[in-house]
Each structure stands twice: as structure tokens, then as C-alpha cells.
Design a protein. Structure first.
Length: 438
């Protein structure tokens, strides 16, 4: 009965606003307490229905005042969203931590690559990785397959026999440089930075070989060729190795900087060790059955040692030499040189849109950046070239007629390359005379 009197009293006192404000606030407080108190939940639904009936009979002015009062218990609901938003505000910094770790991973990878490039570590460097990729692509190139190169049809061989000739003769020198920070020594192939082939022409019979570089005034150009895999391709398994012309000069003295200590390298300002001679011989560039061969006969050392075996240098050997078109697109992963050979227009037209030029003039080797592929062919020049092979052997015998001791061979090497005395003193010659690594 007490509850019914409290509900009927508001219509009789419409003018007294203070009584309505004093009697209504306890109800919202009781409503906030009832959800937590499970023992008083039985009376909650009845009171809510009676209050709805009373509000329906109230005038609009009184109803507006009563509707403002329930807004007070809604304040806790407005404070709840910030409490729910606090965990998401703390989560973004936790989610940003993995990207920071991902940014550190490339830095760690770069540090690991630099450590791999530092000798005497035997891990493969980035340069060796590129060489492996090039070697894989060359092995898949059908135009360079040994079966296509070595086994020609009889009709093709008959038509090209008229053009078989020796287009260039000269001296060939093998040099290698140890890796940086190996104490100036290399004990195996893993501690070698590069293998160089220095070609010094003596006689050129090909008329097209008179084409020289614009800066050249001498009849012949000396070239330094870098073999990518740091050794010559095997002639028994017909390996295919990528190579390129690194430097050319009409003055042999200008090559002293490349063979000497040189400038400090990019790896922490460390100084490179001077090159070591690994062999000396007589070479010939031969056009044979539609291909151009690079053939040589080794003069020094007379007995092959561990150095020559590591670089696969033999007594005699010949390789098919195919020149790469600098304007052709590279296969994916081939990683061609950024420095392209600047061939003149007539020499570029000889490619006729092909990627490789199987028969070429020695003049292509006069341009720095000239890329090529060497395919191991044979270790017997007479069997391969016939009379031309015999001619090369006779010329080689005349060239080394005055060499009787290892000291004579060393002295002749310094004289032919016109190396200064300072470089002669710092260049070890044991790989050439004894065939041992130093």
C-alpha cells in the first residue's frame, strides 16, 4: 500500500517541483543496486511495469522532467567505452614491434654477407653466387650446347673449311690474385679472388682485326680477361664458363696497376695483394668449322703443380669462344655486366639479332666489357685443327727455344710485360716456377 500512495501523489502536486526531485532519485539508485543483489530480483519487474503505467498518465511537462532524471544512471555507460578502448591503445605498440625486428633482419643479412666476403672464410660470396646463376643459365642455353658446337653436319663442315685459319697469335699469361685479408697468401681456390688471362698479340692475320678502339694508335691491343668461376672450363666434360674483358691497353705498361697491389678495396679500405703468375704460354685464335677457338700451349711451368691443377690449366687446350650481344636481353638471373661493350655499328650488325656470335673477329676483344662464353673443347691441338695445330706447336717451340731454367722463364716474363723492378720484388713467382700456392 505504501508503494501505491507514492505513485498517486505526483498527479495531485503538479506545482510542487521540489517533491518530485526528492522522491525520484532513490529509484535509480535502487535499480543500480538490484542487478548486483540477487536476493531482491523478484520485485524488480513488478515495479518497472507500475512505473511505466504512471509515466503514461503524466502530462508532457512532467514527463519531460522525469525523462531527464534517468540520464544520470547512463553516465557509467558513457564512461565504459574509454575503458574498453584502453586495451586497443596499448596493442598498437606491441604490434609495431615485429616490423622493427623485420627491419633489423636485412641489416643482419647485410652484415652476414660482408662477413662472407671477408677471407679467409670459405663461404660463397655474392660474386660467387652470381657466377653460379650464370653457370646454370649457360648450361641450359641450347645455342651453346657442346653437341651443337662440336658435332657439325658434313655439309656445314665442308663449306666452312675454306675459312679455317689462325686469325691471331701471341703470348698468354695466367695470373691470380688472393682474396683481401688473407695475409697476402692463397692456399687453395677458395682463397683466390680472381683469375686473369693476359693476351699480348704478336701477329694478326685477320683483316677485320685492324679495327681498334677509338683511343688506340698501336696496331695491337693487350687485353686482360677475367674468368668468372676462377678457373678454366674442363675440356673433358665440355664445361661452359662466363668471362669478360676487364681492361684493354695498347701499352703493356698501363697494366702494371692491375697486376700490382692496386688501390685499397671497398672492404674497409684494405689493400689487395699483388697478382701471382700461374702460367705462361703461346696462344692462337682460330676460326674452325664456323666457330672461333681460343687455343694455347703452356710453356711454363714445364710440370703441372697444384696451382695449375686448381685452375685447370693444361699443357694444351682449346675453347670455343662465343661473344655476347650487348644489346640483347639477359635471361632472368643471368646478371650481366653493367658496363656494356661499345661495339661500332658494323660489329653489332654481325649479330643479326642473335644473343651469341659463334664465329667472331679478335677485334671484339679490344673493347672493355666484352662478354663471352668459353666452352671446353679439346686438349690436343693437332687432332682438333690438323695443320693449323701443327703450326701453333712449331711457333711455340721457337718462342721458348732460349728458356732453359725457371729463372730464365721468370726473367723473360718480366721483360715481356715490362714490369717495374718494384713490382718484380713484391710479386711471388713460386706458382710459376714450382707450381705451389703462396
Amino acid at each position: 500500500m505504501a508503494e501505491s500512495q507514492e505513485v498517486r501523489s505526483p498527479p495531485n502536486r503538479q506545482g510542487n517541483a521540489t517533491e518530485t526531485t526528492t522522491t525520484q532519485p532513490p529509484s535509480p539508485t535502487k535499480k543500480r543496486e538490484r542487478p548486483t543483489d540477487k536476493k531482491v530480483d523478484n520485485t524488480g519487474p513488478q515495479q518497472s511495469q507500475k512505473q511505466d503505467e504512471v509515466l503514461a498518465t503524466e502530462p508532457p511537462s512532467k514527463r519531460a522532467r522525469n525523462e531527464t532524471a534517468p540520464s544520470q544512471p547512463q553516465q557509467p555507460q558513457q564512461q565504459q567505452p574509454p575503458q574498453q578502448q584502453q586495451p586497443p591503445q596499448q596493442q598498437p605498440p606491441q604490434q609495431q614491434q615485429p616490423p622493427q625486428q623485420q627491419q633489423q633482419q636485412p641489416q643482419r643479412q647485410e652484415q652476414e654477407e660482408e662477413e662472407e666476403e671477408r677471407p679467409p672464410s670459405k663461404a660463397s660470396t655474392s660474386t660467387d653466387h652470381h657466377e653460379d646463376q650464370r653457370h646454370a643459365h649457360l648450361a641450359e642455353d641450347e645455342d651453346l650446347h657442346p653437341d651443337r658446337i662440336l658435332h657439325r653436319s658434313p655439309a656445314t663442315s665442308t663449306t666452312t673449311n675454306r675459312n679455317n685459319k689462325i686469325t691471331e697469335r701471341g703470348k698468354l699469361f695466367f695470373f691470380y690474385r688472393p682474396r683481401v685479408n688473407t695475409g697476402g697468401e692463397a692456399h687453395d681456390l677458395d682463397e683466390v679472388q680472381r683469375l686473369y688471362l693476359l693476351l699480348k698479340p704478336i701477329d694478326v692475320d685477320d683483316a677485320t682485326s685492324t679495327t681498334q678502339t677509338p683511343a688506340s694508335t698501336a696496331p695491337y691491343i693487350n687485353r686482360v680477361i677475367v674468368v668468372g668461376r676462377k678457373k678454366l672450363p674442363s675440356v673433358n666434360s665440355h664445361e661452359r664458363f662466363w668471362a669478360y674483358v676487364d681492361k684493354t691497353s695498347d701499352d703493356i705498361k698501363q697494366l702494371d696497376e692491375m697486376l700490382g697491389t692496386g688501390a685499397p678495396s671497398d672492404l674497409g679500405g684494405r689493400t689487395e695483394s699483388p697478382c701471382r703468375p700461374a702460367g705462361e704460354g703461346y696462344y692462337g685464335i682460330v676460326d674452325h668449322h664456323g666457330h672461333t677457338h681460343l687455343a694455347y700451349i703452356l710453356e711454363e711451368p714445364t710440370e703441372l703443380g697444384e696451382v695449375q691443377q686448381a685452375f685447370q690449366i693444361q699443357k694444351e687446350a682449346c675453347y670455343v669462344m662465343s661473344i655476347k650481344n650487348p644489346q640483347s636481353a639477359d635471361p632472368r638471373g643471368f646478371n650481366s655486366l653493367e658496363r656494356k661493350a661499345q661495339f661500332p655499328a658494323p660489329m653489332l650488325d654481325a649479330f643479326n639479332g642473335r644473343r651469341w656470335l659463334p664465329q667472331c673477329s679478335p677485334a671484339y676483344l679490344n673493347y672493355e666489357g666484352c662478354e663471352m662464353v668459353l666452352v671446353g673443347t679439346s686438349d690436343d691441338l693437332v687432332e682438333t685443327f690438323g695443320e693449323m695445330g701443327e703450326a701453333l706447336e712449331l711457333e711455340e717451340a721457337k718462342d721458348c727455344a732460349g728458356i732453359k731454367t725457371a729463372a730464365d722463364a721468370t726473367r723473360r716474363l718480366f721483360e715481356e710485360l715490362k714490369l717495374p723492378r718494384a713490382l718484380q720484388k713484391e710479386m711471388p713467382t713460386a706458382p710459376l716456377t714450382d707450381g705451389t700456392f703462396v
